[in-house]
Design a protein around this ligand. Sequence first.
Ligand code: G6P
Length: 604
Amino acid sequence: MCGIVAGVAKREVSEILLEGLRRLEYRGYDSAGMALIDNDRNLQLHKALGKVAELEAAQAQQPIIGCVGIAHTRWATHGEPSTANAHPHTASDRYAVVHNGIIENHTVLREDLERGGVSFLSQTDTEVIVHLIDQLRPSHTDLLSTVQSVVNKLDGAYALAVIDREEPQSLVVARQGSPLVLGVGIGEMFAGSDTLALRSVTDRFVYLEDGDIGCLSVGDYALYDRAGEPISRQVVHLEPPKTEDVLADYAHYMLKEIHEQPQRLMDTVQAENLTAEQFGPEAAEIFLKTRAIQIIACGTSYHAGLVAKYWIEEFAQIPCSVEVASEIRYRIPVIVDGTLIISISQSGETADTLAAINHLGSAGIARLAICNVDHSAIVRASELVYLTQAGPEIGVASTKAFTTQLAALLVLTAALMQTNNQQSRLKEFEEAIANLPLAVEAVIDLEPKIKQLANHFVTKHHALFLGRGVFYPISMEGALKLKEISYIHAEAYPAGELKHGPLALVDEDMPVVAVAPNNGLLEKLRSNLEEVRARGGELFVFADEESGFETGPGVHVLAMPHSHILTAPITYTVALQLLSYYVAVARGTDVDKPRNLAKSVTVE
Ligand code: G6P
């Protein structure tokens, strides 16, 4: 999704901006651009369709340099990916704007501006902003006050950075609904969509809140609220990231992140610490009063929520609903007294999840965030927090973030069991969690075998994933991984639903992947798989080594090391991640940056 980097310094900033864009590449984008004010007060611009490397090539060929500048990676919303639609957008060769978000009233604003004689060069919603600045600037004293007026005309979400060649020592930023953070340097100031973008220049950050507008200059910054009143925000000092986001010897970040999981799981959960206190000082009291749970999330994080529902209801005996954030935010669900709202998010910035938290939140309703990014918007909007320790996840397809979310949700289940007097199985949780990193290692050891299985999928166009019970959401996650990175259409079904429709699709061209741990539903699953075989479907069974499944004609069995049934959702996930990874590699797709997808979805 769109990424912003901006800077004002005594030194030349073009390389800092490009480095920031490189660090934001993981978010997903289709074009990039950069604008600087040079020493002669000219606005200089480069835009490129495709990768940041294209922008670097343009910069190498014809360098633009300056001490104040803005840069952007665009993920198309309004208008196709093209150089014309890439940001920055400019007006009068004087102003340049980069934007992340969606201006919902852009059509009306555009028509007004066109009636006034303005010509538009792009199809974007963003371009109205720069023309409004151009139009209103003469009746204001400076760029800051102009932007303050312009944002009052905008409906929707935005993070903005604006420069004006007549004010070459400053830049203006604004935030409403889309993330923006300031980086406080020594004698220089920066802004970025996330802290990762600015890690090479500072470790001190200011997280902007909705409605904030700021003016950054060399060595100083001033912040104002929506009403134009000066405000101050805390400067947060961040420790260096625990994991380096360098590829080392891995072919892709996704593979590196799959391999990191034993360590990240160990960092996220300690078997001897399955208590409410892990979620914050007020958690024990809130959990005691919790009568119902509503989980909200998107994408892979939603699948973690679906798994948690099985655990929370079975072990803690608390009713639990799970819904995708983009749906619940636009309806009026029944939130009974004593409901705990749980959001699950890797990035902590997903626009729909954030909006859903605010939509459901009301006096007396507690919110818990399970999140991988400290200080993110979702963390800041929640009373209780559990931080997963996945470290920065660069591959767009989530791997270690998902498994660490599941681990955190096991801790949550154990903590709720204790506050809800259901601790009889606590010991089992402790044992399963203590063994988890080794259990995941054992699955990673199967990598060569999984790679072989993957070859069978290379020429396929569709795949079906089946699971039962808690392994149904795991099969959903397996199907999502496959479609995200290999572009093979994949759907998951609870195996018991097979004969209610999807069985009609089964033939020799439809591989069927089954998740078959040795649990109480194994025999039921076995019958479902017979139904597939009887129709000529080719089966790929990820089965517990003790389950009795055997490879035979049309049946490929991957014998999974026996793992505790509580942590098997995590171990089977790792196997499915490796399957998708090797299918995608064999098909030659862009594994870490699959087409059309974004890592951090900051627009709805
Ligand atoms: C995007 C990412 C997914 C992620 C989802 C939710 O679609 O590509 O990997 O699961 O957003 O993101 P979150 O950061 O809230 O977990």
